[in-house]
Write a protein that binds this ligand. Structure first.
Ligand code: 9MR
Length: 567
């Protein structure tokens, strides 16, 4: 009987480590016997039975597990259920996520502003530099004028990465993104040394993850007003560009109002960068000191302007032109204070930073996102636990307790979940950018592993990488360019406008979002549950955009799992 690809079989389309857990999820009615075969279906290498059905608590659908963990042979295979069909092919091998780790870091290269992407590095997605006006022609928006930079001032603020599918650059979102990439370096320095992405800087003295981060860090430095140390909230058009290539997007660029969240995220990243680049002083003379000075000045500005939150509506009532691009409008800066204080404290060893802020306002462990950066500070305190002063050391026991408690909560009841992943135990995980919920849960679990050496946390982190690469309720691999059913039509201007069928590779789609139909009003949603509320259409910016703050934790998780080679 002819066997065909069955959309009901969901698995990590990239593959599995030989010693790791290997499962596929089968949705709905199915015969119970499954096999693992070669892709031509001719050679059976494993036989098993599906588990008892479980109910998906979000959609109500039934799910059964095909567990073939006992298969440890390297090769390319499919899961075959005679009478139902077969899965996409996948590999079993060591280093199986290496290409995803490299590809998702390379994704940042494709987001670079101000530089041509030649074929040598960008292949089919080669393109001319975008937004070259940022070199010398950035306007100071009326909301941002200051004594040192009166109306009519023009500035230079080139480089950085485009935020997402749009072409603007936002300090808050750049902050968590760059912090996450720099943390990968701090957590796994020897691995990062070997981690090559074929960028123009590959082969220099710095690991590529630092070269890539520097592209954005240098832009961030230009966003600080030299007169007072304040940091502009974003560099943006007044309105979003059309679906055109970067070099065809030539609208005026503005720096807008300074904000306390931008200043604190900036301070945190600069403090972290300062300690990292200290060891590269021969290659980058002065950079470490410049970052440290920038961090301290931004912190001081924030101390003087603690109430200056970015409120786009209020700004538009007062100034022209109206600015209607992404807001990143956070109403609560207490977590940004914690992150900045922790980074400055660890870099300077000055207790004043530690004491300036209530680092433990409660026992909550909120999952990181652009609007919630408390845990980034906690990760740093733990990462440098041995070097802390007595003041910081005294809080370590409670911090460790909180982090392992959080990780234990994440791994609880994963076996009862339809897809056997940490991601998606509740419909609340399916927000705008849900892929970053999965990835940031993975980062938290890896931090817990680093603290305890308990592999259960690593195995749990791997379930979320499996989720992102295909074991989910949509059946898509959410990383462009990977797997047999990757997203093909992300909301990403270059991918739409470049005339190349395949989207720019290595970019993480936002993923299912229960509220997406109301938010982007794109046509074509047919799902009735949050875990499936996704369409692979470029109009769907609420479920299928890409963004740097989603890519960074993917890079972290894929690279960390590679570095640790889980079993
Ligand atoms: O990631 C952001 C998400 O949390 C918000 O709900 C959403 C609406 O405000 O905005 C998202 O960020 C977008 C930003 O505002 C502009 N660039 C694209 C970002 C990803 O969609």
């Amino acid at each position: 009987q002819a066997q065909q690809l069955s959309p009901a079989i969901r698995l990590n389309q990239v593959g599995f480590y030989p010693k790791a857990t290997k499962i596929a999820i089968v949705v709905g009615e199915s015969p119970a016997d499954f096999q693992v075969t070669t892709p031509d279906l001719k050679k059976v290498v494993f036989k098993g039975q599906l588990s008892e059905p479980r109910q998906n608590s979000i959609s109500g659908k039934t799910a059964r597990t095909a567990d073939f963990s006992a298969l440890k042979t390297a090769g390319t295979f499919v899961v075959l259920i005679p009478g139902l069909g077969h899965s996409q092919p996948f590999e079993i091998k060591t280093d199986v996520h290496r290409a995803v780790a490299i590809g998702s870091l390379k994704g940042f290269y494709y987001q670079r502003v101000s530089v041509d992407l030649p074929e040598k590095y960008a292949g089919r997605w080669s393109r001319p530099a975008g937004h070259v006006k940022e070199d010398g022609q950035v306007l100071v928006h009326p909301s941002a004028v200051s004594p040192g930079r009166p109306a009519g001032t023009v500035l230079s603020s080139p480089r950085g990465w485009y935020d997402a599918g749009d072409y603007n650059k936002y300090i808050v979102n750049s902050g968590i993104t760059t912090g996450t990439l720099l943390s990968l370096y701090e957590d796994f320095p020897p691995f990062c040394q070997k981690f090559q992405t074929n960028i123009p800087e590959s082969g220099n003295q710095l690991p590529d993850v630092l070269d890539e981060s520097l592209w954005n860090l240098r832009w961030m430095l230009t966003m600080q007003d030299p007169a007072d140390g304040g940091v502009y909230h974003k560099l943006t058009n007044a309105r979003f560009d059309g679906m055109v290539m970067p070099d065809k997007a030539t609208k005026e660029r503005y720096v807008v109002q300074k904000s306390v969240t931008a200043a604190l995220d900036f301070a945190a990243v600069m403090a972290q960068a300062s300690r990292i680049f200290k060891s590269f002083a021969r290659n980058l003379p002065g950079l470490s000191d410049s970052c440290r000075t920038a961090a301290v000045r931004a912190w001081k500005w924030a101390r003087k302007n603690p109430d200056q939150l970015y409120r786009q509506n209020a700004l538009n009532e007062q100034f022209d032109p109206d600015v209607v691009t992404g807001e990143y409008g956070d109403r609560d800066a207490s977590d940004e204070w914690i992150w900045a204080a922790a980074e400055l404290y660890v870099t300077t060893k000055d207790d004043a930073y530690y004491k300036a802020v209530n680092l433990f306002p409660d026992t909550k462990m909120p999952l990181p996102s652009w609007a919630q950066v408390r845990l980034l500070g906690y990760y740093t305190l733990l990462r440098f636990e041995k070097t802390l002063t007595p003041v910081g050391k005294q809080d370590l026991p409670r911090l460790k307790h909180q982090l392992t408690g959080f990780a234990d909560e994440l791994i609880q009841d994963v076996d009862k979940q339809a897809y056997q992943t940490v991601m998606g135990k509740t419909a609340r995980d399916y927000i705008w950018g849900s892929s970053a919920v999965a990835a940031n849960q993975g980062v938290a679990l890896i931090q817990a592993y680093r603290l305890t050496n308990d592999k259960k946390y690593l195995r749990a982190a791997l379930t979320n990488l499996d989720y992102l690469l295909g074991r989910n309720a949509t059946g898509y691999c959410f990383v462009t360019g990977f797997g047999d059913k990757p997203v093909m039509n992300p909301h990403h201007r270059p991918s739409v406008a470049d005339g190349v069928e395949a989207p720019v590779p290595g970019l993480l789609s936002g993923g299912p979002n229960g509220n997406a139909p109301k938010q982007d009003k794109c046509e074509g949603y047919t799902a009735t549950s949050a875990d499936e509320m996704f369409i692979d259409a470029s109009c769907s910016y609420a479920s299928n955009e890409i963004a740097i703050n989603w890519n960074a934790p993917l890079v972290y998780v894929a690279a960390a799992l590679e570095a640790l080679q889980t079993s």
